[in-house]
Design a protein around this ligand. Structure first.
Ligand code: MG
Length: 258
């Protein structure tokens, strides 16, 4: 087992009739820590079906994940399980008219105390908080982000754009999808935040960092505070957070570890 702690929270928000976000945290048989967040989309509550199918598929695959021998093999395998989730959602969307065109974002993390893999599609995000700084690890697959990257929109214009929710990539809307995968390292004291846009689009990054960094707070309390911040900011979307913490060793006065 790893020494990583996890916490997960999801809230319907103040405006929506249904929570179409889903999240899961767990461990693989080999003791890796895993987390996934999905934010579903589609008419007539289909978003709820898409995110549920995706998280069910990912959690099943990760719960059966056996150790792999190489980094490359791990990447290929993680990609394969995201593609299996894509197939599950796409098949349901293709066979039932009411689910036509449904899809979901997804962020999946798999890690131990040394390193990890992050896979993502869409605009749910992963951040790493390390040494008082917050770093966004994922790059949104949105129209406005592409326009901002090519210099056609400023970052500020992108953040306030009326079409900022338009995704350029989603899980389940096509038979095939490209998964962004990256390898990260982990250091004692690091905290990972995986969240839906119900947090990242509403709450200032500096405020998120403060909440992630406050001393003397449990990981569950941090998750609750992040949800509360989104609700205070209006809560106009479902909001979901999954946290993973690599606790720094506390050194006692005699120099040993408790
Ligand atoms: Mg959302």
């Amino acid at each position: 087992m790893t020494g990583l702690k996890t916490a997960v929270r999801s809230h319907i928000g103040r405006v929506r009739q249904l929570n179409e976000d889903r999240a899961w945290v767990g461990t693989t048989p080999g003791g890796l820590t895993a987390a996934a967040v999905a934010d579903g989309m589609g008419g007539h509550n289909a978003g709820d079906v898409a995110s549920t199918l995706a998280i069910d598929s990912l959690s099943k695959s990760l719960s059966a994940w056996e150790g792999v021998v190489s980094a490359i093999e791990a990447e290929e395998k993680l990609k394969a399980i995201v593609l299996a989730a894509n197939a599950a959602v796409f098949e349901a969307a293709s066979t039932k008219p009411q689910y036509h065109n449904m899809g979901t974002t997804v962020v999946v993390a798999l890690l131990d105390e040394r390193e990890g893999l992050i896979g993502h599609i869409g605009d749910s995000r992963a951040y790493r908080v390390r040494g008082g700084a917050i770093e966004q690890l994922t790059d949104d697959h949105t129209l406005v982000n592409e326009l901002a990257r090519s210099g056609q929109l400023s970052r500020e214009e992108a953040a306030n754009h009326p079409r900022r929710n338009v995704l350029t990539r989603a899980l389940g809307t096509d038979a095939d999808v490209s998964v962004d995968l990256q390898r990260i390292d982990m250091l004692p004291g690091d905290r990972l935040l995986i969240c839906s846009d119900g947090l990242s689009a509403l709450v200032d990054k500096a405020l998120i960092l403060d909440t992630m960094n406050t001393e003397g707070v449990t990981l569950d309390q941090r998750a609750d505070r992040l949800i509360a911040l989104a609700l205070t900011a209006g809560g106009d979307d479902n909001v979901t957070v999954a946290l993973i913490e690599y606790e720094a060793e506390t050194v006692t006065r005699d120099g040993g570890t408790p």
